[in-house]
Design a protein around this ligand. Structure first.
Ligand code: ZN
Length: 378
């Protein structure tokens, strides 16, 4: 995620903070100082930091649950609206997705119970007013954790409740239909929140927009998954493309960039095997920071995932998404590069296929996602 920086690594997961989160801290501290002086500012900032510690523990609830099913979590990013744990993929079984989704809110339930025990079992009513300086820090934190549980259980993407709803629906209706219905429910809730927000609560309007976008992107991702089911890597790859050799110079790459509409150029050795990949951004950066005669092998990125042309498209897309690679290379049985798959050409494929298949998907239930067809492509 752009505009965020790492602050540490815990259990193999990088914890990142988005710059807007620091702006939030500054804003909270500044406004508390304005009203109540330095003491109030310190307390407010401390409260927000403790609150976000609870959010981080919530995200680690997801991380630990995901690990149990062999799903890696490269990073967690803290945003002013909360945390986001990036999963390498969604667990295969709906029941597993349900467990991963509910693990986060359960952490806040545990924290709330512990804090309530510290308070002697009574939650003073003013503790739900998070900015009320009259309530003790522990009472306010307990209130905040209860709020986090309720907020995350709203059955709308990208909240955990949305994922839980999708998992429950997917159990009976298949993944694609489950997601569509869950996304629609989420968008209706977003409209509801937005409507309430119009009566003077800008925060609600903001959350509504966030929920609406989350629902749309989840529906889109599910559509890609649905349309690509049963396809092989070779069905989706670009098979005609310009390449570079390890001896090519940055200026040669510039020529090819200008002469074609291609953005990613594989670097191929004499045997036809891929050595690395140079993207448009790499070329432009190389031009700025180095000489035009520099070899492309000095600016190319290596470690691009590759699949055989007979592997499923789903495998290729999972690899591309898992670490945010710009492309996946496709090789034939002899190891020669025969194609590349990029997010751009996936987008085009989706447009073509969703036109082509829409009739069939609407007509026949079979194609729309029974679990039997889902397992056939692995
Ligand atoms: Zn969560």
């Amino acid at each position: 995620m752009g505009w965020s920086f790492p602050i540490g690594v815990f259990m193999g997961t990088v914890l990142r903070v988005h710059v807007t989160f620091l702006l939030l801290l500054a804003w909270i501290g500044g406004s508390a100082w304005f009203v109540g002086g330095p003491q109030a500012a310190l307390e407010s900032v401390l409260f927000i930091l403790l609150l976000f510690a609870c959010v981080v523990l919530h995200e680690f609830g997801h991380v630990i649950a995901a690990r149990r099913y062999g799903v890696q979590t490269p990073d967690i990013t803290l945003l002013p609206i909360g945390g986001v744990a990036r999963l390498e993929r969604i667990p295969e079984k709906p029941s597993q997705e349900f467990v991963v989704a509910i693990a986060g809110p359960l952490v806040n339930v545990v924290i709330a119970i512990v804090l309530l025990a510290l308070l002697g079992g009574i939650l003073p009513p003013e503790s739900m007013e998070l900015d009320n300086p009259g309530a003790s820090l522990i009472a306010r934190l307990a209130g905040a954790n209860i709020f986090l549980v309720l907020f995350n259980l709203i059955p709308a993407f990208p909240m955990d409740g949305g994922r839980m709803l999708r998992a429950i629906l997917a159990q009976w209706l298949g993944y694609a239909r489950g997601t569509r219905i869950a996304a629609t429910v989420g968008q209706i809730i977003a409209f509801g929140l937005g409507f309430l927000g119009l009566f003077g609560n800008p925060l609600l309007l903001f959350i509504a927009l966030f929920v609406y976008l989350g629902a749309s992107s989840e529906a889109h991702a599910a559509q890609i998954k649905e349309v690509s089911r049963g396809l092989l890597a070779r069905d989706a790859m670009v098979s005609r493309f310009e390449t570079l050799s390890p001896a090519s110079r940055i200026e040669d790459a510039v020529q090819k960039l200008l002469a074609t509409s291609q953005h990613e150029f594989p670097v191929i050795d004499g045997m036809g095997r891929m050595q690395g990949l140079v993207t448009r951004d790499d070329i432009i950066r190389g031009l700025r920071e180095r000489q035009p005669e520099t070899s492309v092998s000095e600016i190319m990125r290596t470690g691009i995932p590759d699949v055989s042309d007979r592997q499923s498209l789903k495998t290729a897309m999972d690899l591309m998404q898992a670490h945010g690679h710009p492309a996946v290379a496709v090789h034939d049985a002899t190891g020669r590069l025969v194609g590349i798959i990029t997010p751009e050409n996936m987008g085009e494929l989706m447009m073509v296929l969703s036109e082509d298949r829409s009739g069939r998907l609407r007509g026949g239930k079979g194609a729309a996602g029974s679990s039997a067809s889902a397992t056939s492509d692995r």
